[in-house]
Design a protein around this ligand. Structure first.
Ligand SMILES: Cc1cc2nc3c(=O)[nH]c(=O)nc-3n(C[C@H](O)[C@H](O)[C@H](O)COP(=O)(O)O)c2cc1C
Length: 159
């Protein structure tokens, strides 16, 4: 079992793709955060935005092996400049006190500043490293290099 766990939430696969690349670089374990609510289609999109704005509690359907880890990296899409409800649910269910917690996000151009500020407030010791990626593409060498550099930052933060 790796000292580093990557958990991610992804509605349309971009954050999953980034998480999988990062897991390969860091040789980390990776787990998907899943929730009961179906967020597919246009209605799913609209309700997701509303739920994120009001921080509506989500029901998780996944379990996570957080306890033995030194570091937890959380990946998520930006939803209305905020972390999605499933990520809030993960953070309220699992105690991350004493662990290094890093976060990455994918977005369409709004950036990750608001999301990281809001996430840092609900992580016991704040975020040790963050990375925001706009519309990441699986075959983009710039993304791969960005992730390699961020992986170095995470390893340093975890020393
Ligand atoms: C409900 C909702 C709200 C969103 N809000 C934002 C936003 O505030 N800023 C932004 O840049 N992108 C926003 N997006 C776009 C997603 O963050 C972006 O497409 C992301 O890469 C999707 O990741 P995924 O494929 O892992 O779900 C939003 C998407 C959804 C579904």
């Amino acid at each position: 079992m790796s000292d580093i766990l990557i958990v991610y939430y992804s509605r349309t696969g971009k954050t999953r793709m980034v998480g999988q690349k990062l897991a390969a670089i860091l040789d980390a374990d990776i787990e998907e955060i899943r929730e009961a609510k179906d967020r597919s289609g246009r209605m799913g999109w609209l309700i997701a935005g509303k739920d994120s704005l009001i921080a509506k509690p989500a029901e998780l359907t996944s379990e996570h092996s957080v306890e033995p880890r030194k570091a937890v990296i959380i990946g998520m899409p930006v939803w209305a400049n905020r972390p999605p409800p499933a990520v809030r649910a993960f953070l309220s269910r699992y105690d991350l006190a004493g662990k290094k917690v890093c976060a990455f996000c994918t977005h369409d151009g709004g950036g990750g500043k608001g999301l990281f500020a809001k996430t840092a407030k609900i992580v016991p010791d704040g975020l040790a490293a963050t990375l925001a990626m706009k519309k990441p593409k699986p075959d983009d060498p710039v993304l791969d290099e960005q992730l390699r550099q961020w992986a170095d930052e995470i390893r340093e933060a975890c020393e």
